[in-house]
Write a protein that binds this ligand. Structure first.
Ligand code: ZN
Length: 247
């Protein structure tokens, strides 16, 4: 998803009281993920609920990272220890005087959590305290521990580099080879479901509509099936058989 669209979507979710309590913001360009988390936090704490920075006291404090109920963890390069994660847990487990007060913690970057730190965080993600939000920034989502990933809503921010580089499915499609299509189903079954849905959606928007319109309907059906069916492996097999036939 493009950066600005994602910022708007997250703000909208928060406004409607539907924001996920644990979010992964993934971008090859980590600065994009940082900017999104900073703008979302500014919006969440703004005294006037302004879409844009209105320079109220909270907006100013948010920009300077001085909000009391926001904790930033990690410098982006060094490993994050269990002790550091426990500090967040201790601070956020204290009953807040104002029950509606929100608390946010940002982890930059989530791949830098050591094993012990991940396990400590996991407990926190499983039972998040009331009105607490986790924003986990990530450069490489394939390196996030699966148990953490499965407890969070993943948002992938498209970078310009992504726009130029074809994803695995697009690379396969442009081979125009029935044989390759049929042989590749197994590779895609190994990818975790959320990532495969992203690959499909990206391929659909960038390549399938323009170059392979005859695959469009099958692709939409597969995306829908993956989102609701437990037995997605069969759906993936069927998809590759169908598109090979339509080639
Ligand atoms: Zn404000």
């Amino acid at each position: 998803m493009l950066k600005n669209n994602l910022i708007n979507e997250l703000k909208q979710l928060y406004k409607n009281n539907n924001l996920y309590s644990s979010i992964i913001l993934n971008s090859k360009n980590i600065q994009d993920a940082q900017e999104i988390s900073e703008e979302l936090i500014r919006y969440m704490f703004c005294e006037n609920g302004s879409d844009l920075d209105d320079r109220c006291v909270s907006c100013e404090r948010a920009k300077k990272k001085l909000l009391f109920d926001v904790i930033h963890l990690g410098d982006g390069t060094s490993e994050i220890s269990k002790e550091e994660v426990k500090q967040i847990m201790d601070k956020f487990s204290l009953t807040s005087i104002e029950k509606t007060a929100i608390k946010v913690y940002v982890i930059n970057v989530v791949e830098n959590l050591k094993i012990g730190a991940s396990n400590a965080l996991l407990k926190f993600l499983e039972e998040p305290p009331l009105n607490t939000y986790a924003l986990l920034l990530s450069k490489d989502r394939t390196n996030i521990i699966p148990t953490i990933k499965s407890r969070c809503k993943l948002f992938v921010i498209e970078t310009n580099a992504d726009d130029r580089e074809l994803n695995a499915l697009e690379k396969l499609l442009i081979t125009n080879s029935k044989e390759e299509y049929l042989l590749s189903a197994n590779n895609f079954k190994k990818i975790d479901k959320a990532s495969f849905i992203e690959i499909l959606e990206q391929a659909f928007n960038r390549t399938i509509i323009k170059k392979f319109p005859q695959f469009a309907e099958d692709t939409i059906i597969l995306i829908e099936d993956l989102k609701k069916l437990p037995n997605d492996k069969l759906a993936i097999d069927n998809y590759f058989i169908k598109i090979a036939e339509r080639l």
